[in-house]
Write a protein that binds this ligand. Structure first.
Ligand code: EPU
Length: 459
């Protein structure tokens, strides 16, 4: 198994280009099941989760038509073409490797009238039920049963029919649940209104692509989505939005190393809450080429011309200030940056509080950060963080994708050597993170766990 060996304490500086968003690309890829025409996506990130979904789509009769002959992932352009609509079973063997496989349910059901998909189990960040997905699809008329661990969903003879659906749950809206119900409703008869829809930028991107395919969706980005059903959808050519979580993670890498990093292709419009808290902490995020204040194009967001593909420079003060943060659905502070922010606050000058309102058990990084000298006390969904002057390198265990990112940041900031085991978690969401950090001046290596002892300490 791969392991990262990090020699901490280096100040990061330089430029990094933000990749296409994983969590946008997954439902966009699944939406290719909604049509028999090719769907071309650009800037798809080269990640384990993406490759798993492409493999699953292949098993569902939707093939990638532009796979490079050398078997590599290619330049990020991925064209999917649904050519065999008789295959509608997403097997446990694939679904268990990636919960996001559930985003094939709505598209398969709507286009093929039938879908069988293994019920995703819980994962390291919590229980993760799919009851809201099923409730929303049932409201469109789908007949849903669970048998042998599989969700079996059928469309009755009259087809799916639009409805008004409240999709909120105990933790607010659901991102992939909204993606599933919205996708299915594009081919339902009549109008569907989704109330308490997820407002995440990834849902906006999906709605925009579905509209390019011929859907009639309005309200994306707000909690009320209105979808007027159409009889069929066509193909399209679509560029995936940049990854706000990857961007936020590199911003925080600048924060913990007192660094100076320029992020290209940065979706600042999708990061306003994170940037607000970083501001409070003492991290500065400024547009590289601000549009003149008098320009009619000037957006409200740090003067960037295109606030979803901006160039920003991130620098931090030597002293980080404490802050109180609660994770919330978008536009609140994202749960996917909670672990990374905890590392930043572990080094702040005072006491901070983080409350996790989306996945109340998403705290596996707490014990690992404590091994590096962080002072953390957890009470249920809340962690009190008493800032320390320094973290100290230690062997730690990655447990899930974002917890791993938090540990990498801690390793970059810590004195001495940090060894992070099980970095396959990180590879699910960050493309070649070690190469990109090295280009920014970090001392980080990927080695097999058996070779860790042989890695020399740099002079
Ligand atoms: N929930 C329910 N019932 C449901 C669905 C969700 O109670 O039927 C609850 C969840 O247990 C959770 C909350 O609602 O407490 C929100 O979950 P949501 O459905 O929004 O999560 P998701 O769609 O499964 C996506 C991202 C996650 C991200 C969450 C929250 C993808 C592929 N995954 O998951 O990303 O944390 O939204 O923003 O888009 C990650 O990238 O590391 C990651 C975990």
């Amino acid at each position: 198994m791969d392991t990262f060996v990090i020699e901490g304490g280096r100040r990061l500086s330089g430029r990094v280009r933000i990749n296409g968003s994983k969590n946008a690309a997954l439902p966009l890829l699944a939406a290719s099941l909604l049509t028999d025409q090719p769907v071309k996506l650009r800037e798809v990130p080269n990640l384990a989760d993406i490759k798993n979904l492409i493999r699953l789509l292949g098993e569902l009769g939707c093939r990638r038509t532009d796979e490079p002959a050398d078997g590599s992932f290619g330049d990020g352009t991925v064209t999917m073409h649904s050519v065999d609509e008789s295959l509608s079973h997403a097997r446990y063997e694939i679904v268990r490797t990636m919960r996001a496989s559930i985003c094939t349910l709505g598209p398969m059901l709507a286009r093929r009238g039938f879908a069988q998909i293994s019920l995703p189990g819980g994962c390291a960040i919590g229980e993760r039920p799919v009851d809201l997905h099923l409730r929303g699809l049932a409201a469109l008329g789908a007949q849903i049963t669970v048998n042998g661990g599989d969700i079996i969903a059928k469309v009755p003879s009259g087809g799916l029919v639009g409805n008004t659906i409240f999709l909120g749950g105990p933790f607010g809206s659901t991102v992939l649940g909204t993606a599933n119900v919205m996708s299915a409703a594009t081919l339902a008869k009549g109008v569907t209104t989704i109330e308490s829809a997820a407002c995440e930028p990834e849902i906006v991107d999906l709605a925009n692509m579905l509209n390019k395919m011929g859907a009639k969706i309005t309200g994306q980005g707000s909690p009320r989505l209105v979808i007027e059903g159409v009889s069929e959808l066509g193909g399209c050519d679509h560029r995936v939005i940049p990854d706000r979580i990857e961007a936020g993670t590199y911003m925080m890498a600048a924060a913990v190393t007192n660094g100076d990093i320029v992020l290209e292709n940065c979706p600042v419009d999708a990061l306003l809450s994170a940037m607000h808290y970083l501001d409070t902490v003492g991290v500065h995020v400024e547009a590289c080429n601000p549009v003149a204040a008098t320009s009619p194009q000037k957006s409200a967001h740090r003067g960037c011309e295109d606030p979803m593909r901006c160039c920003v420079r991130v620098t931090s003060d030597r002293i980080l200030h404490p802050v109180e943060v609660t994770t919330q659905p978008h536009p609140g502070f994202p749960t996917d940056l909670q672990a990374q922010l905890m590392t930043v606050l572990a080094l702040a000058d005072g006491n901070s509080v983080i409350t996790e309102k989306i996945f109340p058990d998403r705290f596996l990084h707490v014990a690992e950060l404590s091994r590096m000298g962080a002072k953390l006390i957890r009470h249920g969904p809340t962690v009190v963080i008493s800032g320390v002057r320094r973290l100290v390198g230690a062997p730690v265990m990655a447990s899930d994708l974002r917890a791993s990112a938090g540990l990498v940041l801690a390793g970059l900031a810590a004195e001495g050597r940090t060894i992070i085991n099980r970095v396959y978690h990180l590879d699910r969401g960050y493309d070649r993170m070690e190469d990109r950090l090295r280009a920014l001046g970090a001392v980080i290596q990927r080695v097999d766990e058996k070779e860790v002892a042989e890695v020399a300490v740099p002079g």
